[in-house]
Write a protein that binds this ligand. Structure first.
Ligand code: F6P
Length: 739
């Protein structure tokens, strides 16, 4: 009601002002017209009686009758004939006495001039306003007197009153009509507007609102960017990541959910040993957690894990430098078998990698996957310390967890990172639970992949199998009120790598590794460091070495390739077969090129701790990463980081995410043994200067785009999202008042 009054009062006020101005102008103009009309009529009456007046002026007896004739016009109330000397010659009965001939002729002479023939004035009588007009009578070019007419102006007042009343009624009708029409139009427009605004706030703006929503978004993003600039001081490192967390997320503690734990406690004959797992995920995230603190929720898979946790299943790490907590979740053998080996690694892993292994989907594995995801999601919800925490969900083991966490913590900021490739939609579509997986991931605030290609594949899959709207401009999936951003965040490693700082000198590494492998001090060495997985292309790698020796005899007896292969997922038959195939292939190649104690392949199938891995990197002339398909591959980046001498050559599969960044590597197709063997030969022959140029460029790139930056970008984006959600949440809350 108040809103209506606020609107109507100015409208009616404006209309009233218009009416007053119109009324004043109209009355002035019409009274001028009426006065003119009177004068004309008066003059006409005198003109028509002029001859009679002139004829009878001298004898005067006829004059009263002639004057009475003139006053027959209803608007002429009286008339008089004045002599030139100012005397009254004759007058009708109603002629007012105060208009004496002498006074009128004086005023006429003053105002119209002595030669003026007509003059008039307005005056007031007790009966009302009158107009007095005087017309000079001339005969034979000589003035004989003046005829005075008194016009009744009361009808003019009547006319004005009628006009005023008419205007008032017209104004009232007009104001009423305008108010009704405006109110109706405003009501409809308002309803449409608020509907559109509501749609816009729900993330589904109509065309009219799109520019507004875009502008608001751009503004929010620009502000976020400017804030980010504020903390952009120098390269990204632990300190800057911590600052970014404090700056953007008010230091809110981070909860990471990842299947693999960063430190595994194993029982050995010598007591409990801490093992660093062979995992790209751990390589990347562990330094981030050291910088941020918080909690890492993971599967407790070590034989001594239960003995090392507190009552809350938590252990502080890293050992000796405790800065964050690992919360361990225990799985039964059946759960681990169904969720980890089954659905995750026999189903999703081959589904997402183009490596020619058929995915296996079993309903019982899926049931375990769902249950275990729920258990981990519950553990995360126990670890958070607010109702809108920041949760980082990692990898394909937890596709359902984001939705499960969101159900308990609707305001959480959930950043999910998928560490492996995302297949195209046709391939993804073969999974019997494709909709459930997508729905689970869409519980996230942001879903991240290593490359834009994987983002596109994910968006296409959502497009193909889910009810949702895809905002291609911002690469977001919109479902009802919620939106999930899809973004590429190419993962990386810490910089500088602390294992390099702790490693022996390059010379010592070269000497110790050659000694361990029984090689000559000047032997040429290549390395491959992997989990023993069919996606890594280890068979193709060994075949390329075989081709090298075949096609480049100069390297026979001089070049050895050390393959460090950490046993992985050995309960899966396919992995056991691979292990056997690799062993047989290495054996064949070794027999083929063996000479004395020389063997071209050193296959070390055991877990190696990072200190050893970095010693091998530093000792080698080249590293060959031959993945058939890999989300990123951090071995490539670690090899470059290890070579602070700026020597060494990276030979890199074109099917890794890393190949997009590390363009100074020798990029090969691992299926093409000839091309790969040429690259190995080129690497071994590469002059030191060229090695330095390539290494320097790659090292600069990794230093710049390190894992702190990767995490920082996600933190900044998460903060931007939280700001937007709070802003739009506030708007949404207030939209009730629009109704
Ligand atoms: O690359 C995918 C991935 O899950 C990584 O995240 C991790 O480095 C690696 O595989 C380890 O696999 P798992 O945890 O099965 O040993």
């Amino acid at each position: 009601m108040r809103r209506v009054a606020r609107f109507l009062i100015p409208l009616i006020g404006g209309l009233a002002l218009l009416a007053i101005v119109g009324y004043v102008l109209l009355t002035r103009t019409t009274s001028r017209w009426f006065e003119k009309d009177l004068e004309l009529r008066g003059r006409l009456a005198v003109e028509s009686a002029r001859t009679s007046l002139a004829t009878h002026w001298a004898d005067r007896a006829q004059l009263p009758e002639i004057l009475a004739d003139i006053t027959r016009d209803e608007r002429i109330m009286a008339a008089a004939a004045c002599g030139t000397d100012g005397t009254l010659v004759a007058a009708t009965d109603a002629y007012p006495e105060q208009f004496t001939c002498a006074s009128l002729q004086r005023r006429m002479a003053d105002e119209a001039g002595s030669d003026g023939t007509a003059w008039s004035m307005t005056s007031e009588l007790a009966s009302g306003a009158v107009r007095v007009s005087a017309t000079r009578l001339v005969r034979e070019q000589r003035a004989i007197g003046t005829v005075v007419l008194v016009h009744d102006l009361s009808y003019l007042e009547r006319r004005e009153a009628t006009t005023r009343n008419f205007l008032l009624v017209a104004f009232f009708i007009l104001a009423l009509g305008a108010a009704i029409v405006t109110l109706l139009a405003a009501r409809f427009a308002w309803r449409g507007w608020t509907t559109e605004l509501r749609q816009a706030l729900a993330g589904n703006p109509t065309r009219d609102f799109r520019p507004l929503v875009r502008d608001v978004r751009t503004l929010v993003e620009r502000l976020a960017g400017e804030r980010e600039e504020g903390v952009r001081a120098g390269p990204w490192g632990p300190e800057r990541l911590r600052n970014a967390l404090n700056e953007h997320l008010q230091g809110e503690r981070v909860v990471i959910l990842a299947n693999r734990e960063p430190y595994i406690h194993e029982k050995t004959p010598d007591g409990i040993r801490v093992v660093h797992p062979a995992s790209g995920l751990v390589t990347a995230l562990e330094p981030v957690m050291r910088a941020c603190s918080g909690v890492w929720v993971a599967h407790g898979s070590g034989t001594a894990d239960r003995e090392t946790v507190d009552a809350h299943d938590t252990v502080r790490v890293p050992p000796g430098e405790e800065s964050y907590a690992v919360r361990r979740v225990w799985l039964s053998e059946a759960e681990e078998s169904g969720y980890y080996y089954g659905f995750s690694n026999e189903g999703l892993w081959p589904l997402c990698h183009v490596a020619h292994t058929r995915p296996v989907f079993r309903a019982e594995d899926w049931a375990h996957y769902v249950r275990v995801n729920q258990r981990f999601a519950d553990a995360v919800c126990e670890e958070v310390d607010s109702d809108d925490p920041v949760v980082l969900v990692q990898d394909y083991h937890f596709a359902l967890a984001p939705k499960m966490i969101r159900e308990k913590l609707p305001k959480a900021t959930i950043l999910t990172f998928w560490h492996i490739p995302w297949p195209n939609s046709e391939r993804f579509g073969i999974c019997p639970w494709r909709e459930e997986l997508l729905a689970g991931l869409l519980g996230s605030s942001i879903v991240g992949f290593h490359t834009q290609q994987h983002c596109n594949n994910f968006v296409d899959s959502v497009d193909a199998f889910m009810e949702s709207r895809i905002d291609r401009e911002t690469t977001a999936i919109v479902q009802g009120d919620r939106r999930t951003l899809v973004r590429p965040y190419p993962i990386s490693i810490e910089w500088p790598v602390h294992w390099v700082a702790e490693a022996p000198s390059i010379e010592d590494c070269r000497a110790s590794v050659r000694r361990e492998l029984g090689l000559q001090p000047d032997a040429l060495l290549g390395v491959g460091i992997d989990r023993l997985d069919y996606t890594k292309g280890i068979e193709e790698r060994l075949s390329a070495v075989d081709q090298l020796l075949e096609r480049y005899p100069e390297f026979r007896g001089r070049f050895t390739f050390a393959q460090l292969a950490a046993p992985s997922r050995t309960k899966i038959p396919h992995y056991r077969d691979l292990n056997e195939r690799i062993e047989a292939l290495a054996e064949r190649i070794n027999q083929k090129w063996a000479k004395g104690s020389y063997k071209p392949i050193a296959l070390l199938r055991t877990h190696h701790e990072p200190a050893t891995v970095f010693r091998y990197y530093r000792a080698a002339e080249l590293c060959y990463v031959s993945s058939l398909h890999d989300g990123m591959n951090l071995v490539a980046k670690e090899f470059v980081a290890a070579h602070d001498d700026e020597q060494g050559v990276l030979v890199l599969s074109q099917f890794t995410g890393a190949a997009r960044d590390l363009t100074e590597a020798l990029i090969v197709n691992p299926y093409d043994f000839q091309q790969a063997s040429d690259a190995l030969a080129a690497a071994l022959r590469m002059p030191a200067d060229e090695q330095r140029i390539r290494m320097r460029s790659m090292r600069r790139l990794i230093a710049e785009f390190n894992v702190y930056r990767w995490a920082g970008r996600m933190v900044v984006d998460a903060a931007g999202l939280r700001r937007k959600e709070r802003l739009f949440g506030g708007l949404r809350a207030s939209r009730a008042s629009f109704r």
